[in-house]
Ligand binder design. Sequence first.
Ligand code: GLU
Length: 448
Amino acid sequence: MLKNPYIIRVYNDLQTKFNEQIEYLQAVKEFLSAIEPLVEQDKGLEKEAILERMVTPERIIKFRVPWQDDQGQVHINWGYRIQHSSLLGPYKGGLRFDTPVNESVMKFLAFEQTFKNALTGLPMGGGKGSADFSTRGKSDQEIMRFCQSYMTELAKHINENLDVPAGDIGVGKREIGYMYGQYKRLKGVELGSLTGKPVLANGSLGREEATGYGLIYFLQAMLNEENEEVSQKRFIISGLGNVGLNAIKKVIHLGGLVLAVSNSQGSLYDPQGINIKCLEDILVNHNKDLSIYTQERPHASFSKDSIWSRQIEADIALPCATQNEINAEQARKLIANGVRFLAEGANMPCTSEAIEVFNQSKDFIWAPAKAANAGGVAVSGLEMSQNAMRLKWSFEEVDEKLQTIMSDIFTRCKETCLAFDLGKNYAVAADIAAYQKIVQLIQMHGLV
Ligand code: GLU
């Protein structure tokens, strides 16, 4: 419940204007309630409309993307780029190609990205882009034509000093490769115009692993605080994209036991621990059909149910699929099944009601996406640095820098918890830490 009159007015105005934009309102509300005590203390904020400037994107670009399928049929999709904030540097954030994307999802992602990027300590503003296009079931040629058409329009709004997109759901190095090729045809060679590029095309080593590995580095720091470690812990990890898969690999490498994994088709539970070779074979050679796993490992079970609705006893949950994947009932189930820690690999994977359940449970500790999944964009920042210097760092160099960035973000959250008497509420701490930085930046930039 929001209490501060200024905050209530800002939120109510948004609600009136953007009544349908559920995800955007959800992300803003969570943020506003976290920073409420600071707003309460600073009466000057309202006159300067600081909060309004914080929650409103600087620019929204919407364009149509015409493309032709293999049969010659022409299709039209929508492309978006939300340039939320340039206070800290070029707008920075991924592109999502997925069917359920809309302006609400884009606005919430661009908003959160701004604060996440601020926490990395690197010079990056915040943005996010998308298309309501799914690569599923499309041929390679169709995907290439789509990416070229998408970039033909997007190129008018980006460059290495203005806005630097990267990947997200549905956009991996193949799509970035095609978009980068088209960008060069249109505007010439500009190494830092996109990140998440294939390593051969001046991408950074370690970028692919960065979000998943970074998530585990943050988790390690959080566990360390409790004198606990990843080794021997039982994990449930949703999502088998870039984030989930690399988180699984890191957990296994550190001696943790991954009991259950999932993708959009269903979930897999292996009480002996997921066999990574078997899983990767399914992802590469069997069209991601997880049910095949049980043929080789009959003691495992596949279900079409959500991974979060299954009865699995575990210690740590890592939601790495998509927004709002865990609801309140599932949150209660996790706690009843022994889960004591959670770190968000996806952006806003827990509903507000699920978060309430976590916060009310005395011994439950969780890490918010803004802090815990910042590793991907952080290494994107390192890719921009390498491109600007015309250098290439080794995997080990990048990974070491990533570890430092993640542990610094954790320290920042921990110190903010201490300063504001927040206990172990790292989510509120992350919002406050990023907010403090952004408020100062808005004020020092004048009327922007
Ligand atoms: N899409 C990622 C995120 O949500 C990475 C963005 C980037 O590398 O620019 O943070």
